[in-house]
Design a protein around this ligand. Structure first.
Ligand SMILES: [Zn+2]
Length: 429
């Protein structure tokens, strides 16, 4: 909210649709910013006919800008990769790691060591040695990152897979020592990149999305707060470098959590919402334990320990049918143990979920700094690429294809509801 009070900050709405759907995945979303073209969900900066599209990291690198990617997910994950890689599928993480090396992206911080380590890669090639040989400093844990001299390119890999959820990290000394926070990674990236006259840095709080796929309110909130702290680091940086443009947005909605009116005169909503502070672990951690419970009573106790919620044995028994994959939900998106746990804890937190997948919402976008006003009003995701290139003085455009879901329902009509509904409205009147 402080962003809305920041002098000079501008705010807008953005259409994040993919080439083939009004609901985007992270690959198509990040590609729309990364190359200025809409692609089909799952693809990274490649058109369905196989044409590769030049990415921001490529174009800015050619123009002499330094580049950084920072995330709490695997560094090869769809959102960072969308600024850099060309792949028909976001799943080709080992190839994406090679492309980062080829593009010589100056700062790479996140998880996903398994796609770089010779012991874990399917081709047994040790990419970490390649990066070291090319003059990169390598950081394996938080201490190493915080004690680095910012005088070389930087590869930091702090987990085999994704970095831990913040809600889990807060409870574990081991996890705190291993993984830096998003704010710490952001500061390290800025310290490193500010040596150069121009740089482009993407920072992703990626586990908010993962928690929303699990209907896990505490998982999402604690990671959202960690993202807010990273924004603070950027705004602090901008005070000493006012020619920096900061753009803050999300690639899509997910699960659309909402705080419900709970209790008589909605008296319980505030109290229940405060129960978020009593949550002690993410849903994957909690379910790992529940799967091993030997009785309903034991599961009931585990749940109470982890969340502060005293569920009835009847509720626990119902939840366990989903944990044991025997349950069936009426709404099929809710047909999982995580979604059912989210529903159960809705009683405790007051937070309800529309589903556990991405949603087609227009998203907010905020900008502070030079030319921030461009991001005001209603923009398309692909505009972001054009604006970035304009600001850097790069004249380039990738090919763009017409939307491919037109044979289902005219896409333009879906996006202009008034026209879409006109025939129905006419028949009513
Ligand atoms: Zn997602």
């Amino acid at each position: 909210m402080r962003l809305f009070q920041t002098p000079g900050a501008r705010h807008g709405w953005m259409n994040m649709r993919a080439l083939n759907s009004i609901v985007t995945d992270s690959a198509a979303a990040a590609s729309s910013w990364g190359c200025g073209s809409r692609v089909v969900n799952g693809a990274l900066n490649m058109l369905p006919d196989g044409r590769k599209l030049k990415t921001l990291c490529h174009l800015f690198g050619e123009a002499g800008w330094k580049r950084g990617l920072v995330t709490t997910t695997e560094i090869t994950h769809a959102t960072p990769a969308g600024f850099a890689a060309n792949q028909p599928s976001r799943d080709f993480a080992e190839q994406i790691a090679i492309q980062y090396r080829q593009l010589e992206i100056e700062v790479l911080l996140g998880g996903g060591r398994r796609f770089f380590s010779g012991e874990r890669r399917s081709d047994a090639h040790d990419l970490i040695s390649d990066f070291a040989g090319a003059g990169y400093q390598i950081a394996h844990n938080r201490d190493e990152l915080l004690n680095l001299e910012a005088n070389q390119k930087l590869l930091g890999l702090f987990a085999g897979g994704h970095l831990p959820y913040t809600v889990d990290q807060l409870q574990s000394e081991r996890l705190t020592a291993t993984a830096p926070t998003l704010a710490e990674m952001t500061r390290a990236a800025l310290d490193n990149l500010e040596r150069h006259p121009h740089f482009l840095l993407q920072v992703e709080g990626g586990r908010v999305d993962h928690a929303c796929h699990n209907c896990d309110a505490a998982g999402a909130f604690y990671d959202q707060i960690a993202f807010d702290e990273a924004i603070d680091v950027c705004l602090e940086f901008q005070k000493k470098a006012p020619d920096t443009l900061i753009v803050i947005t999300t690639d899509h909605g997910n699960g659309n959590p909402g705080l419900n009116a709970m209790g008589s005169r909605y008296n319980d909503s505030s109290r229940l919402f405060a129960n978020l502070t009593r949550m002690r672990m993410s849903f994957p951690e909690l379910l790992y334990r529940l799967e091993r419970a030997e009785s309903e009573e034991e599961a009931q106790e585990m749940l109470a320990d982890a969340t502060g919620y005293q569920a009835s044995l009847e509720q626990v028994a119902l939840l366990l049918t989903f944990v044991e994959k025997r349950g069936t939900a009426l709404y099929r998106l809710m047909n999982s143990a995580t979604a059912q746990l989210g529903q159960l804890l809705g009683n405790h937190l007051g937070i309800g979920w529309a589903g556990n997948v991405h949603t087609g919402d227009y998203v907010t976008i905020s900008a502070v700094g030079p030319a921030a006003e461009r991001f005001e009003g209603f923009i398309q995701n692909t505009d972001v690429f054009d604006y970035f290139l304009d600001l850097a003085g790069i004249d380039f455009q990738n090919p763009r294809l017409p939307l491919t879901d037109q044979d289902v329902v005219a896409s333009a009509a879906v996006e202009h509801l008034e026209e879409y509904l006109a025939p129905a409205m006419a028949s009513i009147s």
